[in-house]
Design a protein around this ligand. Structure first.
Ligand code: GLU
Length: 449
């Protein structure tokens, strides 16, 4: 069974880069289900070991955003609740000599790195901690130093076939042994993530390319812990106006997008294609989108993301929404449902769901709109020429042909006063579509003024 995960840190509101990671994992799993018929599992894991920066409001925002996007999860986990398990694994690794104590301060480490660089050497940790005798360690601790711990990387090639990057290979000798426990006893991301991925049976990990070197390290961790190494895929990071997208650079958050009327499927449709050569299609459901999804179509170049693209594409998604979906969205917003003929009339003039309400007011209120005397006289004349029977989409053209013939008006002189009388607006939905929505009674009232 395919098991994917999305592992945000609740230390800020999610931005478009996070949403992209979540949606790529979901789409990947969905597309595999379509190919194999086998169900999948989606784990939502909160990387909340940083107790100071993790906030309940950010965690709530993660749930809200996921629900809003329409990505369901089958399993919810908090790293903060798994510390006992991490400690257990840590003890085992210590026993096996795969984790060792180090005593350098941050300044001392920085000094070492600077010296290495000045000699033209890569800034790789020199494993000084591993060479310390028990007496030396005791002496350092007597000085008040607390140890941090590093994982001993094997100095060998670690390689994997990346779903996006193809064959990847890193030599452990070129990487610093990663810190797995800080001086204060807290766990940085690296080891807990592997323990979780192993314990939760994660089969595929799709995450940004900023994690590529972590993957080399983590594969070694999977190996020593006896876990099955998942399949990895690292799509390139998005770049934005401010360069790299991140919470700190004030990139647009998903809640801002939601408030601006961007539809979740607008985000999904765009992000599922951004970075591929495939055209963006206005799909209305994840299922439909998954039909065309293929991670191997992602290129190696960093795609440029511009929030404006969401605003440009949103109208396509909204206008092609089926009536049931529009009504479901209106219901969510606490607004009244609408009828099919009204949606057919106004949808081409709408960029977001919130644009529906003003047209509803225009179509269904008892308001009459003012006209100059000349135009009013013309509209009254036109009212008398309305054809008999129920209004449909053909009524307008039949009616205006007669009006044209009887009054001699044509073009703008003919249509503009009718539009003003019927809607009070200079522009708007096609009048042939609006006429059946207004109905005979309101049409006559508004023409009469
Ligand atoms: N919490 C990590 C992050 O947001 C998860 C990385 C991963 O997917 O392994 O970067």
């Amino acid at each position: 069974m395919i098991t994917v995960r999305f592992a945000p840190s609740p230390t800020g509101y999610m931005h478009i880069g996070n949403l992209r990671t979540a949606l790529l994992n979901y789409l990947f799993a969905l597309s595999m289900k379509k190919k194999t018929g086998e169900d999948f599992s989606f784990v939502l894991r909160l990387d909340d070991t940083d107790r100071e920066r993790s906030k309940p409001e950010y965690e709530q925002a993660v749930y809200e955003d996921m629900k809003w996007l329409g990505i369901p999860w089958n399993r919810l986990e908090h790293q903060s609740k798994r510390l006992a398990r991490y400690n257990e694994v840590l003890e085992d690794l210590k026993q096996r000599g795969l984790v060792y104590a180090c005593y350098e301060t941050a300044e001392e480490l920085e000094y070492k790195r600077r010296r290495q660089r000045s000699r033209g050497l890569p800034p790789v940790y020199d494993r000084a901690g591993m060479k310390l005798t028990d007496e030396e360690k005791a002496k350092l601790e007597a000085e008040g130093r607390r140890p941090h711990y590093r994982f001993k990387l094997e100095h060998k090639e670690t390689s994997w076939d990346d779903m996006v990057r193809g064959h990847c290979s890193y030599n452990g000798a070129h990487l610093s042994d990663p810190i797995v426990v800080r001086e204060d006893g807290t766990f940085p991301y690296m080891l807990p993530s592997v323990i979780d991925d192993m314990d939760f049976g994660i089969t595929h990990i799709i995450r940004g390319e900023d994690h590529v070197t972590n993957t080399a390290v983590q594969i070694q961790m999977f190996e020593v812990l006896g876990g099955k190494v998942p399949v990895f895929g690292h799509p390139p990071l998005l770049t934005g106006k401010e360069g790299k997208l991140s919470k700190r650079f004030g990139s647009v958050s998903s809640r801002e997008l939601r408030e601006e009327g961007i539809e979740p499927m607008t985000i999904a449709d765009l992000l599922a294609r951004l970075g591929t050569a495939d055209p963006v299609v206005a799909c209305q459901t994840w299922d439909e989108l998954a039909d065309h999804f293929d991670l191997t179509r992602f290129g190696r170049a960093q795609p440029h993301f511009d929030t404006e693209d969401l605003f440009k594409f949103n109208p396509h998604v909204v206008r092609s929404m089926p009536l049931e979906k529009v009504n479901a969205r209106l219901k969510e917003r606490g607004e009244k449902e609408i009828a099919g003929n009204f949606w057919a009339a106004v949808s081409p003039n709408i960029n977001k769901i919130a644009d529906i309400a003003p047209w509803e007011k225009i179509c269904f209120s008892d308001e009459l709109f003012s006209l100059n005397e000349d135009d009013r006289a013309f509209c009254r004349q036109a009212a008398a020429l309305l054809p008999a029977g129920d209004f449909d989409e053909t009524t307008f053209s039949a009616w205006t042909s007669v009006v044209k013939e009887k009054t001699g008006r044509k073009g703008r002189d003919l249509f503009h006063p009718l539009r003003l009388a019927l809607t009070g607006c200079e522009q708007g939905p096609e009048l042939k579509m609006l006429l059946p929505v207004l109905g005979r009674k309101k049409t006559i009232e508004r023409l009469q003024g």
